[in-house]
Design a binder for this molecule. Structure first.
Ligand code: SIN
Length: 271
């Protein structure tokens, strides 16, 4: 795939590309934004190196692609759309340490997230991404036909309940197989982080099918693993990928910021 304003180096045949020739610290032209959007659709997750962003410029990058979401977990006081990500020797957990699609418990989950890291451990701290197009494509035809008719419930309590068991969390129902609104490709839309059961089937069937689908979605052949460098940026399409933050660097520090871009209500109403 070639682009007018940037270069893309695919990292696997399935998912992920590193983009170069674009400076995210500066305002972007319409052509650059169109190319970045196209690269995101082509590769599911895109990476940029050496982009010393601050919360303001990270917000600007995200806003080219949609409205920014105020996350259920707290944002920065002066930039509520920007969430700080930080882990060090005092951390008891890190964000995203289980395979997930961001906030699929919302009726309209984010279309994407942009994560910027400025401080990295001496080794480790990669993020793994898995293509839900590849996961769908690899299902057998009978399994595709079975799943096509099903919906699943996604519950925020599954992801956040351990921090506050009495909290109120969003719950949403989504089709198990969705069609990406921009690419028209079919994808698997259940994830270990938020999906609690498949609707309208017996509980043991739901558990068995979800167990199978979670394992299937995490197949290494559907994945790219991003090795971060200071001031790198990852922009993932949350509609067709899952990701996992690999916390193998304790007690070292890993820090940065992220924004989430609102999904399009119309895409979910139509699903
Ligand atoms: C997340 O799940 O959003 C965090 C990803 C990461 O820290 O690598």
């Amino acid at each position: 795939m070639s682009y007018r304003t940037l270069q893309a180096q695919p990292l696997t045949p399935t998912i992920g590309a590193e983009l170069s020739g674009v400076d995210l610290t500066q305002p972007l032209s319409d052509e650059q934004v169109a190319d970045i959007r196209q690269a995101l659709h082509d590769h599911g997750v895109i990476f940029f190196r050496d982009q010393p962003l601050d919360p303001e410029s990270l917000k600007r990058v995200g806003q080219y692609f949609g409205e920014l979401q105020i996350h259920a977990l707290k944002g920065l006081p002066e930039h509520p759309e920007v969430r700080k990500l930080h882990a060090d020797a005092t951390s008891k957990h890190v964000a995203g340490e289980e395979w997930h699609t961001d906030m699929s418990c919302l009726p309209v989950p984010p279309m994407g997230s942009v994560l910027y890291l400025h401080t990295l451990p001496p080794m480790g701290g990669d993020t793994a991404f898995s293509s839900m197009y590849a996961a769908y494509d690899a299902l057998s035809a009978p399994m595709k036909a079975y799943l096509e008719k099903l919906t699943a419930t996604h519950d925020g309590k599954l992801a956040f309940g351990r921090f506050d068991p009495d909290g109120k969390y969003p719950v949403a129902v989504h089709p198990v197989i969705r069609t990406h609104p921009a690419t028209g490709r079919k994808l698997l839309f259940v994830n270990r982080g938020f999906t609690c059961h498949i609707n309208d089937v017996p509980q043991d069937e739901s558990e068995a099918i979800l167990h199978y689908l979670f394992k299937h979605a995490e197949n290494a052949y559907f994945q790219v693993r991003f090795r971060w460098t200071p001031h790198a940026v990852a922009f993932w399409d949350n509609r067709c990928t899952q990701h996992l933050a690999i916390w193998d660097y304790f007690p070292h520090e890993r820090s940065g910021f992220r924004v989430q871009i609102e999904g399009d209500r119309a895409d979910y109403a139509a699903a």
